[in-house]
Structures are given as structure tokens and as C-alpha cells.
Design a protein around this ligand. Structure first.
Ligand code: NAP
Length: 286
């Protein structure tokens, strides 16, 4: 029941009406009997600063931040975690007792937690990232922090892949980062390749026939193919990889774990992962 004691969190984005985070977090609050409420916060691009003033004035504990505000919000925050600074994007904010605003990026944590759930250890692996946007930066950061041996970034616009390779090489000198052109340079991939991660929206609903992996290219043997997309649950990339005998993983568990990290930050309570996953899967069916 919402009453005078209810603590508020939410998600700022534009548009925001299709976000799966409200059902996921509210199911977790209900399961734990926490008097908290998570609301969608539609914030147009020119209202980010005003929205933050509003959140502070209204006593919000924090918020998630999604497209298109993940970068634009940074100048308005007092502190950033190392991950948020390195990735250059914020997906979680929290507001302390002095009403100061702090930013974190939980995508890298969510990505590694999703791999851990299937007992896949990135230490010493060779990985290929498709895309060089915000999520690709988070994955490149996560793989460096987990001790990957070699990480290639393939992108349609090579300069963005080069920027990730340069920035992450400086942070994680033990990992070799390289930049390549998508899709042509995918033919240059040599085995062993242990992990391929799609960080582009290619194949996302409603364009479910699209696939970032060339039709005439086979998949490396014994490779885990991960797609950050979760709508549809099995993209064309994952279906092709599965048929080729690869292990596959969609973006659902990463989405749950990045949300779980935010939940932990706000409430200091251990989040109910199974409840959150169930709520997310139910929301995806609607
Ligand atoms: P973003 O910052 O907009 O970056 C998109 C990337 O995809 C860019 O590198 C872009 O290349 C590339 N791209 C877009 N359209 C393309 C096309 N038609 N052909 C080839 N490359 C194309 O997006 P993002 O935030 O990284 O998100 C990417 C995907 O990850 C989305 O589907 C999002 O839903 C998903 N995601 C999932 C989670 C999760 O928890 N599961 C978390 C974050 C994101 P250019 O640089 O050339 O434009």
C-alpha cells in the first residue's frame, strides 16, 4: 500500500512507457514487504537538470537512467563511481542525506553477473564485441576488469570502436584491445574465440529478421554467443548460433542483475533475483 512512509525510486528516460524496470522492481519490493514504489519518469532531453532538481525536492532515494540521458546526466552529478567514469555513462543515481547526487553504471556488473550465473569465467578469454555504443563500452570495461586476454571491438563507425580500444587499453594494460570495422572485418576472426557479444540493436523487435553476424560466416567453435537484446528472447543471431552448436545467452539475466545492483544500492537489502526474473519474463509476454 502506498502511504506517507513510501520510499520512491524510478526510471528517467524518453520515451519510457515500454520500460520493464517498474514491474521488475515493484515485484521485488512486494516480495520483500518493502514499502517502496518504482515509477516511470518521462523526462524530455531538455529537462534533465530540472528533473534532477525535482527528484531531490520530492525526496526520491534514487533512479535509473536510460536512453537518451545516460551521458547527458553526468555533468549534473556530484560524484561518479570508477565504472561510470570509465564507461562514460550513468544508469543508476542515488541521492544522499545532504541531497547530493551520485552516479553509477551497473551494466558492467550486470554483464559479469550474467556470465557468472552460467559459470562462464572471462579470465584469459578472447572476446569479440559487436557495436561501440554505451553497452559496448560497459562490456569492454567488464571484460578488462575480469582479466580477459584479448577484446576486439567491431563497429559500423570504426572511430567509436577505436575510442573504446584506446580508453580501455589505458585502464586495463593486461588486456589487448583492438578496433575493427563491422561487418566486413568479422571475416578476420581467428580461433580460438571464446565469446561474442552483440551490443548493437540489430535483431531487436520488431526487426527480428536482422542479424549482425554475416550470413556467409560460420561461428567459431565452442564459443558463447551472447546478445544483450531481450526482446525477442531468442534473436536471429542466437538462433543461428544455437543451430551451429554454440552456447547462447540473451540479455535477460544482464537486465535483472544491473537492476539488482541498483536495488541493493538504494535499499541496502539483498534483491530477490528469481522474483525479478519472473516479473521481467511475465512483462515480456504482454
Ligand atoms: P547505443 O549506445 O545506441 O549503441 C548502438 C550501437 O549499435 C552503435 O555502436 C551503433 O553503431 C550500432 N548500430 C546501430 N544500428 C546498427 C546497424 N543497423 N548496423 C550496425 N550497427 C548498428 O545503444 P546501447 O545502449 O549500447 O544498446 C545496444 C543494445 O543493447 C540495445 O538493443 C539495448 O536494448 C541493449 N542493452 C541491453 C542491456 C541489458 O541489460 N540486457 C543493457 C544495455 C543495452 P554506430 O556507432 O555506427 O552508430
Amino acid at each position: 500500500m502506498i502511504d506517507g512512509q513510501t520510499r520512491l525510486v524510478g526510471v528517467m528516460g524518453w520515451p519510457i512507457e515500454h520500460s520493464l524496470s517498474p514491474p521488475m522492481h515493484n515485484a521485488a519490493f512486494a516480495a520483500l514487504g518493502l514499502n517502496w514504489c518504482y515509477v516511470p519518469l518521462p523526462v524530455p532531453p531538455d529537462q534533465v537538470q530540472a528533473a534532477l532538481v525535482g527528484l531531490r525536492a520530492l525526496g526520491f532515494v534514487g533512479a535509473n537512467v536510460t536512453v537518451p540521458h545516460k551521458q547527458a546526466i553526468i555533468p549534473h552529478l556530484t560524484t561518479l563511481t570508477d565504472a561510470a567514469r570509465a564507461i562514460g555513462a550513468v544508469n543508476t543515481i542515488w541521492i544522499d542525506e545532504e541531497r547530493a547526487l551520485h552516479g553509477d553504471n551497473t551494466d558492467a556488473y550486470g554483464f559479469l553477473a550474467a556470465l557468472r550465473e552460467i559459470a562462464f569465467d572471462p579470465k584469459g578469454i578472447r572476446a569479440a564485441i559487436l557495436g561501440a555504443g554505451g553497452s559496448a563500452r560497459a562490456v569492454a570495461y567488464a571484460l578488462g576488469s575480469a582479466g580477459a586476454e584479448r577484446v576486439g571491438v567491431w563497429n559500423r563507425t570504426p572511430s567509436r570502436a577505436e575510442a573504446i580500444a584506446r580508453d580501455m587499453s589505458a585502464l586495463f594494460p593486461q588486456t589487448t584491445y583492438e578496433a575493427h570495422q563491422l561487418p566486413g572485418d568479422l571475416h578476420l576472426i581467428r580461433e580460438p574465440m571464446h565469446l561474442i557479444v552483440n551490443c548493437t540493436p540489430v535483431g531487436m523487435w520488431p526487426h527480428t529478421d536482422a542479424c549482425p553476424w554475416p550470413e556467409d560466416l560460420s561461428f567459431p567453435r565452442q564459443c558463447l554467443v551472447m546478445d544483450l537484446i531481450y526482446r525477442p528472447e531468442e534473436t536471429r543471431l542466437l538462433a543461428r548460433a544455437r543451430e551451429a552448436g554454440c552456447m547462447t545467452l540473451n540479455g535477460i539475466s544482464m537486465l535483472v542483475h544491473q537492476g539488482a545492483a541498483a536495488f541493493r544500492r538504494w535499499t541496502s537489502v539483498e534483491p530477490p533475483i528469481e522474483v525479478m526474473t519472473g516479473a521481467l519474463l511475465a512483462a515480456l509476454q504482454q
